[in-house]
Design a protein around this ligand. Structure first.
Ligand code: F0G
Length: 369
């Protein structure tokens, strides 16, 4: 016999359907009542505690990983894109356009497909990870591979939109709707921890995400959901670190292609976040990024190299005795490792090719016990 509705509600085993972040956090978002919501049920991503990685940080620190690769297109960009595409659709845009190191393009392509709008994505030719490119292609975006880097692509889309501001909507993070959506990650972390963390580590590329998190934390404090704010700890790759160096770079380079950016759009905001939160913006080398990339994967969490910059930053900061004992640390792992299979396979050292010979494989197993 089926339970009554009340009995079902009361059962601890019942999951509630997650409606996507716009429905869940609607009162915090600039969405008009009655708007048609463009969603793929993004958000509500896992906050995974990692006691083993926390041990590497020492000092009784608790470490939580915000796994944004669990979003529909496997990166945090979906949070901003649900809001940006909802606004674009309801305000009569015909198409969206963005410059991207790959993830923004993949997300814009998917949400535009969902909304029934056309997407144009400008990406630096040969410099974006394979998984991301395949997403943009599959979701039906017009992929424009530009012979030039991300900064050139961004300048071009800004110019293009200026010529046709009505029908084509820019969906890079200079669009405030993107920031509004992305701030919900901070809400979720506070909801999941029942407070704000003491430190929040994340990679910095165009600096939209660090800006969005800070907006989110401040809003939650204004509402009285949390009583303190975290220190925001942003990390750039060492040879793609214009904010740390204090000057734009013409030719940024890093294995973390997602954050290979020489002139971040939200540069000023990032400096403000650093100041207001008394945090830091620092660098991690590609070697540190790859070490953290492997470390996270060996603890069951496969992220793309840019995301590993957050963990690399936490490891670096703790090694410099920066973390307060007993503090709560969150690292945002911005994108899934499957985005960039090439980098993963270049790091492959544990695969061997054998004939289908049980004895041979048995020896191998015994040798590795
Ligand atoms: N991590 C990943 C996986 C990213 O894709 C990005 C940015 C960042 C971190 C940095 O975030 O730019 O807000 O500081 N990717 C953009 C893109 C630039 O085009 O996909 P940010």
């Amino acid at each position: 016999m089926r339970m009554t509705a009340e009995q079902k509600q009361a059962s601890p085993a019942r999951l509630k359907r997650w409606p996507g972040l716009i429905e869940h956090y609607r009162s915090f978002l600039p969405i008009a009542p009655g708007a048609k919501v463009v969603t793929l049920c993004e958000g509500n991503t896992p906050l995974v505690e990692s006691p083993m990685l926390a041990e590497r940080l020492g000092r009784g620190v608790k470490l939580y990983l915000k796994c944004e690769g669990a979003n529909p297109t496997a990166s945090f960009k979906d949070r901003g894109m649900t809001v940006a595409l909802t606004k674009a659709l309801n305000e009569g845009a015909r198409a969206v356009i963005c410059a991207s190191t790959g993830n923004t393009a993949a997300s814009a392509a998917a949400y535009a497909a969902r909304a029934g709008l056309k997407a144009f994505v400008l990406v630096p030719k040969g410099a974006i990870a394979l998984g991301k490119l395949s997403q943009s292609v599959m979701h039906g975006a017009r992929v424009v591979e530009v012979i030039g880097n991300f900064d050139i692509c961004l300048k071009m889309v800004r110019d293009l939109v200026e010529r046709d501001p009505v029908k084509i909507r820019l969906v890079n993070s200079i669009n405030p709707d993107r920031i509004a959506g992305q701030k919900t990650a901070a809400f979720e972390i506070c909801d999941q921890l029942d407070n704000a963390p003491n430190y929040h580590f994340l990679p910095v590329g165009n600096a939209g995400n660090i800006t969005a998190y800070w907006v989110g934390y401040k809003e939650y404090r204004e509402h009285g959901f949390i009583d303190a704010l975290p220190k925001m700890m942003g990390y750039q790759a060492a040879n793609a670190a214009p904010i740390v160096l204090g000057r734009p770079l013409d030719d940024p380079r890093t294995v973390a292609t997602a954050i290979r950016i020489g002139n971040p759009a939200s540069w000023k905001q990032a400096l403000q976040v650093r100041e207001e939160s008394q945090g830091t913006i620092d660098v991690v080398s590609d070697a540190e990024i790859l070490a953290a990339y492997r470390l996270a994967a060996l603890h069951g969490i496969f992220v793309e190299p840019a995301s590993a910059a957050a963990l690399a930053g936490a490891l670096k900061f703790s090694a410099q005795n920066g973390l307060k004992p007993g503090s709560v640390v969150v690292c945002t792992l911005t994108g899934h490792g499957l985005k960039d299979p090439d980098t993963a396979l270049k790091n492959l050292t544990n695969s061997i090719v054998v004939e289908p010979d049980v004895e041979r494989i048995l020896k191998l197993l015994e040798g590795e016990q």
